[in-house]
Design a protein around this ligand. Structure first.
Ligand code: ABU
Length: 509
């Protein structure tokens, strides 16, 4: 085998083959790649994104096990078999590109984002050194600087990283905040510092608690602040709990506020919390994983007023901005903290005596070693649309969400959870005929709680849309519909409401 060969282990020749080793080999692989890409474009991208296709082809685990030969085999599969596997995987996977997949805080397929993702995979980089990822290293710097400038830090100063998901970004915030106040934790661990405490709202994403456990701070030291009836952090309760924590001998070190809570889409008040953080010398982190995209819109960025006062921000372009999964960023206004807090100086990878400026070897500020270039798909979308395109996208999402809200407010059978939700997730109960007029009966809530799972079952089995539900606090199961796909329009909003009526009006609980 020549030393410079690329190896792809496929199997229609019943032996290991070498990509591009010779013309006949190239022609086999090229034929396979072209057929596979055709299948992706026709059947996965366009075939499944049309409104007339199903959002999901429901199959129970046992059915999927029967339908797809999931067990790895000893021998190679033919190209035809591989193409059939592709079709089966697509068929039984949820069609998140479908306009009626409104179940989660991501959806749709952006053609430019998709190509950016495919280009990333074709190039197969790992972004740790300039040497192996020259373009992506520089691209990350530019994109992250622009995002910091949009946050409002002067000239986009500071630092940032692309990381695998908002939970990890929120973990980076804890790590940076702790290192910033207690740099000795890097070498001596939690044993060298006081009992540190984080504050976040009771409606914040669970990742702060999870990361507090992961990082040895402990979930008991992650204190939940009450939220008001709009779902926003109660700042008086925050101040009270900071004082109590100090009186009890523990040491507050950070507050995480949320811009766009996961279920209610609420935006915590940043400015008053920033004032408290200043008073008590606490790191302020804004988890804008969901709501960060609103910063792109002149009309809606007021929701995040004061974000420039934060020490750090989580912002996931794969959410409101509709970049493909995953595209998550952690941004901080402190230039050195990521590097100093996480670097390990592995000499086998980050040699300081290389022939180029090794400050471009940025991988050591991450806790990962190997790392995908998640920047490319987002950069490519940004090039394709411009900031103006993102602004239009955001404005359309808010317009659709508002239209849907007003539509269901005036429609029989719907009860909204929040009168004025702030983001593009709308929460509501669908009340079937059997429960209408029974609001004062003692079993009403218990019965209403059973409605959403029944509607969801019908919805999934028919595959006509996908909308999630959950209980929250004292509230029994309600639906949360999430608008994040700007290819939807007002007709689609009416479709959703009609579909709830069709699926739910005759349900008996
Ligand atoms: N941070 C992931 C949110 C999951 C969801 O509710 O869509």
């Amino acid at each position: 085998m020549p030393a410079d060969s690329n190896i792809i282990v496929t199997g229609d020749e019943r032996e290991n083959t070498i990509l591009f080793q010779s013309l006949p080999e190239r022609s086999k692989h090229e034929d396979f790649l072209r057929r596979a890409v055709d299948l992706l474009v026709e059947r996965v991208v366009f075939g499944r994104a049309s409104r007339s296709s199903k959002v999901v082809e429901w199959a129970a685990p046992e059915d999927i096990k029967k339908a797809i030969d999931l067990k790895p085999r000893d021998g190679p599969a033919t190209h035809d078999e591989l193409l059939a596997f592709m079709a089966d995987v697509a068929r039984y996977s949820v069609n998140t590109a479908h306009p009626y997949f409104v179940n989660q805080l991501f959806s749709s397929v952006d053609p430019y984002g998709l190509i950016g993702q495919w280009l990333t995979d074709a190039l197969n980089p790992s972004v740790y050194t300039f040497e192996v990822a020259p373009v992506f290293t520089l691209m990350e710097e530019e994109v992250l600087r622009e995002m910091r400038a949009i946050v409002g830090w002067p000239n986009g100063e500071g630092d940032g990283i692309f990381c695998p998901g908002g939970s990890i970004a929120n973990g980076y915030a804890i790590s940076c905040a702790r290192y910033y106040s207690y740099p000795e934790t890097k070498t001596k661990g939690v044993y060298a510092v006081p009992n540190l405490v984080i504050f976040t709202s009771e409606l914040a994403h669970y990742s702060t608690r999870k990361m507090a456990a992961f990082m040895g701070i402990g979930t008991d030291n992650c204190i939940a602040i009450k939220s008001d009836k709009l779902g926003k952090m109660d700042v008086e309760d925050l101040e009270r709990k900071i004082n109590e924590t100090i009186e009890n001998g523990s040491t507050p070190f950070m507050v995480t506020v949320t811009s766009g809570t996961t279920v209610f889409g609420a935006f915590d008040p940043i400015v008053p919390v920033a004032n408290l953080c200043k008073k008590f010398s606490l790191w302020l982190h804004v988890d804008a994983a969901w709501g960060g995209g609103a910063l792109m819109s002149k009309k809606h960025r007021h929701l995040l007023n004061g974000i420039e006062l934060a020490d750090s921000v989580t912002w996931n372009p794969h959410k409101l901005l509709a970049a493909p999964q995953q595209c998550s960023t952690f941004l901080t206004k402190h230039k050195r903290v990521l590097e100093e807090g996480h670097s390990s100086n592995a000499k086998y990878l980050f040699q300081k005596d290389k022939f180029y400026d090794t400050s471009y070897d940025t991988g050591d500020k991450h806790i990962q070693c190997g790392r995908r270039a998640d920047v490319l798909k987002f950069w490519f979308m940004w090039k394709a649309k411009g900031t103006e395109g993102f602004e239009k996208h955001i404005d359309k999402l808010f317009d659709n969400a508002n239209f849907f809200l007003e539509h269901i407010k005036h429609r029989e059978g719907f009860r909204v959870v929040l009168d004025k939700p702030e983001c593009t997730n709308i929460m509501f109960w669908y009340v079937p005929k059997c429960l209408r007029g029974c609001e004062n009966e003692p079993t009403y809530n218990e019965r209403l709680h059973k409605v959403a799972p029944k509607i969801k079952e019908r919805m999934i089995k028919e595959g006509t849309m996908m909308v999630t539900y959950q209980p929250q606090g004292d509230l029994v199961n309600f639906f949360r519909i999430v608008f994040q796909n700007s290819a939807l329009d007002h007709k689609d909003m009416v479709y959703f409401a009609n579909e709830f009526e069709r699926l739910g009006s005759d349900i008996v609980v």
